[in-house]
Design a protein around this ligand. Structure first.
Ligand SMILES: *Cc1c(COP(=O)(O)O)cnc(C)c1O
Length: 444
């Protein structure tokens, strides 16, 4: 027992040069070259808003581990929820069984999302929750006798996950649809709405939406999009009023409206869910911050109407049921994360982060390599003229004591909601420094 604990501590607290070499040769990292992998930084612990490297250096976290860690790391309330649940059971199958954490989470999700969304499917990752949403829409149309409606309508520039269904509705260029031609189903795209959350509606753009529906609605099951903020597809903000128009078109043409709020959910944009301030969807996907970044879990919610329509057909069951559906450990932590969010004035936190991002990032607008600076909720984005050299800028950020991971022309911050003003000022100062001549980390 003792030696096991000793061993356990050693493997989690240290990493050797051999470990790093092994990682480089044997471990896939997200979207990372196999021929010439960029360096990975060994993190051995994380607490509050800091990641701790194996050499003891601490980095201020500007990423919330990709939208997830809204409460920061090593959060006492979430640790406690996980430990208590671990002593009851970490997992049990969901087929023919239910358990308190799943019921508690579903009840909470029904309470805090828009009233029309009443049915909850607990999936094991964001991508899977989007697969489920798409299958729900297809089964809904099947139930209505619309057997030919198997296409989806969506904006260009979207990101919905990496499995096949979601990938097929990701931006066709960023999503590498050419590479997967013949494998991916093909759907119908329209340009994304013009940039700017406050930009007045563009009539000719509205007409392009009308045309999309006129041409393709008859063969389509649903319109799917990220409401208000396209995340990984370009950190693009747009006017929510476009979604009123999309909602009307969906109703006129018999399509469902699916919102993917895997990134925007749980307060990130200033609203708890964009769905509560935009036209209401029929189906909603949530993930990422659902467990406060502790465990992989996602949810697909739908209206009674969608569920009842499927239920009244000759195939009354939704054809999906993953092994780890409703994982109790993840559900417990999710309930604790939601409770923790509501125990704090998260709206004030997000608003304060937005105001500070506005103030501290403003000077970037005057820099030669910067083409745009934009802030929405607790998201701050700097767009550069040329793509940045990821390896070089990453090393600079680590040297400066911050964890920020740019992609393409985007250097962006979405810190934990509990970040201090001082930490945020430091993150922004390093970003401005990185964009300043003579630093200029352009890849070009
Ligand atoms: C991250 C993300 C997904 C995919 O979630 P995974 O948990 O990575 O499968 C889907 N949609 C949006 C909007 C996302 O940001």
């Amino acid at each position: 027992m003792l030696s096991y604990q000793f061993c356990h501590q050693v493997t989690t607290a240290t990493i050797t040069a051999q470990d790093l070499a092994f990682d480089r040769h044997h471990l896939w990292h997200p979207y990372t070259s196999l021929r010439n992998p960029l360096p990975t930084y060994p993190v051995v612990a994380a607490a509050g808003c800091e990641l701790e490297l194996a050499d003891g250096r601490k980095l201020i976290d500007g990423m919330s581990s990709w939208w997830c860690a809204i409460h920061g790391y090593n959060v006492p309330e979430l640790n406690a929820a996980a430990k208590v649940q671990l002593d009851h059971m970490s997992h049990v199958m969901f087929g023919g069984i239910t358990h308190p954490p799943a019921v508690a989470l579903a009840r909470r999700l029904v309470e805090i999302t828009p009233g029309a969304l009443q049915r909850v499917f607990l999936a094991d990752s964001g991508s899977v929750s989007v697969e489920v949403a798409m299958k729900m829409a297809i089964q809904y149309q099947y139930a209505r006798g619309e057997r030919g409606r198997n296409k989806f309508l969506t904006f260009r520039g979207g990101y919905h996950g990496d499995t096949t269904g979601p990938m097929s509705v990701c931006d066709p260029v960023n999503g590498m649809h050419v590479l997967f031609a013949g494998f991916l189903p093909t759907h119908h795209f329209v340009d994304r709405p013009p940039a700017g959350q406050h930009t007045p509606l563009d009539k000719s753009y509205l007409r392009s939406l009308d045309e999309l529906f006129t041409k393709h609605a008859h063969e389509s099951a649903a319109f799917i999009c990220e409401p208000g903020v396209q995340g990984a597809g370009g950190m693009h903000f747009y006017n929510l009023s476009y979604l009123d128009h999309v909602r009307r078109l969906c109703d006129e043409h018999g399509l469902l409206l699916i919102y993917d709020e895997i990134a925007t959910g749980f307060g990130r944009t200033g609203a708890l869910f964009v769905s509560e301030i935009a036209a209401t969807p029929d189906i909603l996907t949530l993930g990422k911050a659902l467990t406060g970044g502790y465990l992989t879990l996602a949810a697909t919610l739908c209206t009674d109407h969608v569920a009842e329509t499927i239920g009244n057909s000759d195939v009354p069951n939704l054809m999906h049921g993953p092994t780890f559906m409703g994982n109790p450990l993840a559900c417990s932590v999710a309930v604790a994360s939601i409770n923790l969010l509501f125990s704090r004035d998260w709206r004030a936190q997000v608003e304060n982060i937005g105001q500070l991002l506005d103030r501290y990032l403003a000077p970037a607008a005057a820099l030669a390599m910067v083409t745009d600076v934009r802030v929405l909720g607790a998201i701050g984005v700097i767009e550069t003229e040329q793509p940045v050299d990821q390896a070089v800028i990453q090393a600079f950020f680590v040297d400066e004591g911050v964890w920020i991971r740019p992609f393409g022309k985007l250097i962006y911050l979405m810190p934990p909601f509990v970040i201090t003003d001082g930490q945020l000022r430091q993150l922004c100062a390093v970003v401005i420094e990185a964009c300043s001549v003579p630093k200029n980390f352009s890849a070009a």
